[in-house]
Every structure is written in C-alpha cells, then in structure tokens.
Design a protein around this ligand. Sequence first.
Ligand code: GLN
Ligand code: ZN
Length: 767
Amino acid sequence: MVQSSVLGFPRMGRLRDLKKANEAYWGGKLSRDDLLAEGKRLRQEHWKIQKDAGVDIIPSNDFAFYDHVLDHIQMFNAIPERYSQHKLDPIDEYFAMGRGHQKDGVDVPSLEMVKWFDSNYHYVKPTLQDNQTFTLSSDPKPVREFLEAKDAGITTRPVLLGPVSFLALGKADRGQSVDPISLLEKLLPVYEQLLEQLKKAGAETVQIDEPVLVFDLPKKVKDAFKPAYEKLSKLGSKAPQIVVATYFGDIVHNFDVVKDAFQNIYALHIDLVRNPEQLESVIEQLGSKQVLSCGVVDGRNIWKTNFKKATELVETAIQKLGKDRVIVSTSSSLLHTPHTLDSEKQLPEEVKDWFSFACQKASEVAVIAKAVTEGPASVREHYEANAKSMKARAESERTNNAEVKDRQSKVTDEMHNRKSPFPERYAQQKQHLKLPMFPTTTIGSFPQTKEIRISRNKFTKGEITAEEYEKFIEKEIQEVVKIQDELNLDVYVHGEPERNDMVQYFGERLEGYAFTTHGWVQSYGSRCVRPPIIVGDISRPKAMTVKESKYAASISKKPMKGMLTGPITCLRWSFPRDDIHQSEQAQQLALALRDEVVDLEAAGIYVIQVDEPALREGLPLRSGRERENYLSWAVDSFKLSTAGVKDSTQIHSHFCYSEFQDFFHAIAALDADVLSIENSKSDAKLLKVFIDEAYPRHIGPGVYDIHSPRVPSEQEIKDRVDEMLQYLKPDQLWINPDCGLKTRQWKETKAALTNMVNAAIYYREKY
Ligand code: GLN
Ligand code: ZN
C-alpha cells in the first residue's frame, strides 16, 4: 500500500491563534500556562485535521511557539550564556533568544534571524561557541509531543532537523572562531539519545530533515553526512526508522553523499514539485529495500495539485520500486501555505476553485495515495473534479489574456535599453534637474502615522468616501512637501501615505491579482504576511500612482521622485503562478510598470525610483546556470520596466542590503542612473566592489539606520561619508538614509534628516 504523508503543518491556526496567544503572553495579558495550553490545543487541532483528511503519516514536533530551529537550540542546550545566566523560565529563555528580552533588569538582544532557504520564513541561527557542548534537555520536546499525540490516539512521525543541517545553518558566536560543522562529534550523542527515547515512547519512524543537501556544500559539510548517518543507523532497532527529508531543490549534485551516507536509512524524501526531473536518477541511487517519499503536493504555493501529473510521477516510482516502497507526500512542510481555504469568503468563485491551502493539501496527499493504491476508480469523483478545475484554469480568460500575450510577443531587445549610455544621460539630467553635488533624498515612505492608518481603515470600511480619503492623502502630501522644504532636501518624495504595502498596493491596481482575507503565512515568530496571489496575466487597466505623484510635484519647488515597486519584488512577494514560468510573469509586470513609468514622465515626474529589494532573495540556491538564468530575466524585467523614458529622466533603484559581491554584474546591468542601498549597518568596505568594477553611475549608500529611533549625529554621518569617499568618487555619491521611513516617528525623522542635510552641505563646501 502507498502511504500518504505531510512533512509539517502551519502552526498559526485558523485565525492566527498562535500569533494572538504569543503576543498576549509577551504583553503580560496571558499566563504561561494558558499559552502552553493554547499550543497544545493547536497541535491537537492540526493532528486531527490531518487524520480526518486521511493522511497516514502525520508529523509531530513540527509545531513551534517561535521557530523550529530555535526549539533545537534549546533542546540541545546550545544556549549562549548571555541567555542561560538569567535562569529564566524555559519559555522566557526561548523567547529571549528569539526576540530579545528587556525586563526585570535583564537586557539581551535576540539571536540572529535569517531567511530559511529561499522562502519568506526566517529561522533563528544556531550561534555556537569554541568550547560548545551539547546535552539533551530533560523531557525533550519531540518525545513530549509524540506522547501527547499518542494520548490523543494519533501515532505521529516526529520531525527533527538533522545534525548536519543544524550545524551547517549555524555560525560561530561573536568573538568565537569555531567552524560549526567541526562540532558534529559532540552533537551526535545527543541525537542518539533522542532517537532512543523516541523509540521507547513508541515512535516507529522519525523524519530527519537535511535540507542543506540541496545546496552546493563545502567539502567539510558534505563529508559530515557519512559519519553522522552511519552512527545513527547503527542504533538499529533501538531507534525509529529514519526518513531523511530534503526539499526546495534537487540532490543530484550530492549523490555521492546519498549513496555513501544513507545506505542504511529506511527512506529518503525528495521534492518533486521543484525538481521532478530528479526522480529517475534518485531511484537509481536507492538501496534495494529503501523507500522513496515523493513530494508531489506543493508546500510552497497555494495551487491545487494537478492530480494527473502528480499521479504520473508517483506511478513512475511505483513501477520501479513497488507500492510498499513509495510514499506520497507534500514537497516540503506546509508551513509556507495558509491554513485553510474555507476561511476565504471574498475570493471570486472561479479562482477559489484553483486554490488549495494546508488543510486542502492534506486531503490531496491522501487522495493521491488512495488512487495509486486502490486504483483510479476509488477516487474517481476527486479526480474528475480536479481535472475540471485544471481545465477551467488553463482555459480561463484570466490566464489567457490575448492582449497581454500579444504585447509580450512584440517585446524587442531595444525596449530593454535606454536611448544613450550613462554619460550622455547624465549630462542631460544635470541640466534638467539642476542638482547640487552630494544630492540628498529619502527612499520613499515617511512615517505612517496613526492618523494615516485610521483614515485608510475608515476608507476600506466605507466609513469615509473616496473624495474624503483623497483629500486626506493630499493633505498628508502637502505636509511632507512642506517638511522637505524646511529640511532643504534636494529630491523630494510624496511619502507614500496612500500605500498599505509596497506590493499589495500595486497588486490591487493591476489586473491578474487576487487577494485573500485569511491567507496568512508565518514570516518569523508571531509575524505573518498575507501575500497577494498572481492568478492570471498581468495588465494595468489605468495609471496607479500618477495622481499622487503629479499632485506632489505640482506643490514642490524641487524635483519630485516617483515611486514604484519593481517587477521582481512584485513577483517574489506574491504567490506566483505555477502554470507559466516566472520570467513570463516578471515580463508582464514589467510591461505594466513600463507604462506607469512613461505616464509618470509625461505627468512631469523626471526622477523615478523602481524599488527591487527582493532581487537578491530570488537568487537560486545554487550557483551556476540556474542562477545566471534567473539574473538574466530578472535584469531584463527591470530594464524593460524603466527604459521607456527620455535620457533626461533619471531612473533610481533601491535595495535594502549592500552585499553585491556575488552578483555585481547583474546590479551593474540594471543600468539605473542612481542606486540607493543599505550601508549604515554594513562594512563600508563592501563598497569597494564599485571601484574595483569601475562602476560609473551614482550611488547612495545609506548613511544611517532607519530601523532604530536613534538619531545619528551630524558627525557620525560625516564619519560614514568619509568612509564612503574612500571607495566612491565625490560626484558619484548621494546622501540618503538606508531605507524608507514608514516605521519611524516624525520627531526622530526630522532630527536625523536635519543632521543628514547639514553633513551634505559640509561636503558640498569642501569639494
Ligand atoms: N520605497 C519604499 C519605502 O520607502 C522602499 C521599501 C523597501 O525597500 N523595503 O518604504
Ligand atoms: Zn529598503
């Protein structure tokens, strides 16, 4: 029989219950016991959902109050002393590492949090010491939660992060120099104990995630797999059978590891949504009894699974391995999908029928497993309905907009390039814009005050009319223009008061997007995002930002900068389509934005910034051809969106980071006249790449951190600029903050910008 399995379930609950409980606990409004009880309730509910859906292998220990990697840090007692020394209650020590702790005389910042592979989830980085030791906590969480499920009548498969991934995803603590992977031998005994305890508790199998196998691995990490898994396999019947899970990529380039290290493990899980082509070669690597878990239901997106395609893949595996050696599974944990489609009451029926959230995906794995076990007749209705949805989506007018397709077919190479090279453009821009040296500007948003949020809410709820709201926005724009006059900035912005979110705002004005009301996914800790969904071909029915920018320009005496979110960021911060390549979606977005850019120019906006903070995070996990491909279409889409303007119009772009070393050629290829980047928290040396590569255009490395309310002094800013001038030419340098100011208060914003402008004036006089 072919079993069905889920690799992990979202933790938040139907109505973001976990977020609410956590935040109430942090705010002192919920007791510790009530918080723990809420966690228990959510786990029980999620197990039951999967059981009722007919899932055979249900995960446990996939739940976490904050983050599953952090759970492991605490369970292994890999807790830096600055947290452990306070002898906090375990749950408080846990949150202290996740989000910092500032209470009762204890003041510790959080551990570093970083992106989980190429998803929008963030994990807490294991932070290790030179003399690191590991011990297993008493009453370890995986055992406790396994028993809790067992009590509820559900036998689960506990999920652990594997020892190699745990270390490889970690780092040495500040001032330490340990190479995390060198700690493997010290860590393995803890895994052995844990596996033995799980077995004693009754676990027959355990899922050990080793997602780092999809990376290009340094030799040391690669070599760690063999000793690790030989040791764990040696436990034999003292441990549960091991399923090693990989996801978010293929493992073909690490086959030597798979062959050597995993010989004696029970099963291997691979992601066949991302990389279906790895199936046959992975099968060849398997030992003669090993089981293959086929991830055919997408854990990273919201689309209904195409049963026909998924079944074909599973059948290929069955033909080679037999039914008892195949498991039907989600491609990865469902952590990256919203809880349930049932909560959506406002989606158009047509598109709702195309979606599947976590609860629905749990049913999908069960249905596919049944189909291949008992034959198609056993689930005929499901398959027929699925085929009907697939057909409807493929034939829908939303996914077949002839005008969009026609326009895409007419895109030429020429459309990607500005009319003249930068020196000629710059000569014209100089005349046209009349900017001083060291021009000052901001990144777009000004403080999103309470009044702004209240007014937007009222408008959304219909409590004020469109005209009233528009008047309110105009008043906000007047105010920020006046403030910029007073501050004596050089290039103004309108402040983005009308924008809820930099992607959603555009999504709502474009054809081809859909929005959920409850489609939240965890980003980190209690923070969730609700990405818009690209459901069809993208087009722009009418101008999206011209009214506000034009109004702002009409009342300013200095150049007003138009503000758009770039095609890659719109794509990356949405759920993309899975029926056409992302490069096509990016091109559609680019064409829509191109029209907006041209309209802005026609309305008298001669400086236009197209933000692409998500460009870097879209980089494929492995270097090589895939990465080059991505960069090539990503750069093309940016250029297509911006190249429609005259030479005299200045194109800016913005990035919230400053590590460009590994893809500098792509940043240079954007051909933006001015780049503003994060720099205040990074080493100014990172700017060296700009001289090394003889970058000719203009750059505004952020001179102060906008994440903190702290006001930088004029001297600090000058010190920063001095450092920058070691790497950039004076006539190349812009002076601006790191990023948008929307999360700040006006008080510190004005003070910081005053110091920034004074610093710029000082350099203008000096040079
Ligand atoms: N223009 C946006 C703002 O200032 C940019 C935000 C971002 O880079 N994330 O808010
Ligand atoms: Zn930014």
